[in-house]
Design a protein around this ligand. Structure first.
Ligand code: THG
Length: 277
């Protein structure tokens, strides 16, 4: 399984600060830590300031690539920033991401044409993110066809059926896992930003690690996660067999993730009663 390290994301305060202050040392260290922990690619997301995103992204790619062997996953919603980043990136990067929204898709296909890059396709179209796994698979197939026409090898295309927080959409993690299984059956590679699943909930590390083991079981090909986290590391090495929580915590997290615990009520109660250990 391919591992993309998520730590260099400006949603994390120390990272946002380091980008603003051009703190090379901190950011290089974050990349180095993740590579040492098994990351194959380093996701970089610098949307701290939208006006400066392009400039920051280029600075960060150059800084990381001048200082370590760091294949990069360019994480930006902005096609112009991605286009500039592709021009200076050494080697074959991941482009994160492409969606099936009509206008945007055309622009991104133009940018990717003839480039040697891995592509992440998000299952979003003009109506947004679909709720059902079936609709997600339909969009995935469209995206794969467009990207192949553009000269991207099917082996280099990863579809992300999109992980949403179970705190606001309790049935959607299950739908994500279902989509991963269905895509796998059609021979399409899958990827996901798994830590999204636990936004707004306590003891996020438990949910993230259990979700990772469920995604591995479903056959996911690549994950965007924090590989430095030891719990994440044990999930990668041995699935759910070596997670360092008590069986009860594992069970509660799994129920919450599969939409079997309304409003994550039991999970949150267990946390409050200090039973999540
Ligand atoms: N799919 C794809 N790319 C993605 C995502 C995805 N890129 C971004 C994201 N989702 C994956 N990366 C992260 C990085 C950080 C966090 C979650 C997912 C995170 N940040 C905390 C926050 O925002 O509150 C910061 C907390 C802290 O300081 O540590 O949880 O789904 N293709």
């Amino acid at each position: 399984m391919l591992i993309i390290g998520e730590r260099i994301n400006s949603s994390r305060k120390p990272v946002a600060r380091a980008i603003v202050r051009k703190d090379e040392k901190f950011l290089i260290e974050q990349a180095r830590l993740q590579i040492e922990s098994g990351a194959h690619f380093i996701d970089i997301n610098c949307a701290v300031s939208l006006e400066k995103e392009k400039e920051d992204l280029i600075w960060l790619i150059k800084t990381l690539q001048d200082n370590l062997r760091a294949p990069i996953c360019i994480d930006s919603p902005n096609p112009e920033a991605i286009e500039s980043a592709l021009k200076i990136h050494k080697g074959k990067p991941f482009v994160n991401s492409i969606t099936a929204e009509t206008g945007k898709l055309k622009i991104m296909l133009g940018i990717l044409k003839g480039k040697d890059a891995f592509a992440i396709g998000l299952t979003i179209d003009d109506s947004g993110i679909p709720r059902t796994s079936k609709r997600r698979v339909k969009i995935a197939n469209d995206l794969v066809n467009f990207l192949k026409q553009d000269g991207i090898e099917s082996d280099d295309i990863y579809i992300d059926p999109l992980v949403k927080p179970i705190s606001s959409e309790p049935d959607q993690a299950k739908s994500f896992l279902e989509a991963v299984r269905m895509l796998k059956q059609s021979g399409i590679k899958t990827i996901g930003g798994l830590s999204n699943v636990s936004y707004g909930l306590p003891a996020r590390r438990i949910l993230n690690a259990v979700f990772l083991s469920l995604a591995i079981e479903a056959g996911i090909d690549a994950v965007i996660i924090d590989p430095v986290d030891e719990v994440v590391q044990s999930a990668i090495k041995a699935g759910d067999k070596s997670l360092p929580f008590q069986e009860e915590s594992f069970k509660l997290a799994k129920q919450a993730l599969l939409g079997e615990d309304a409003y994550c009520k039991d999970y949150i109660r267990a946390f409050r009663e200090e039973r999540l250990i």
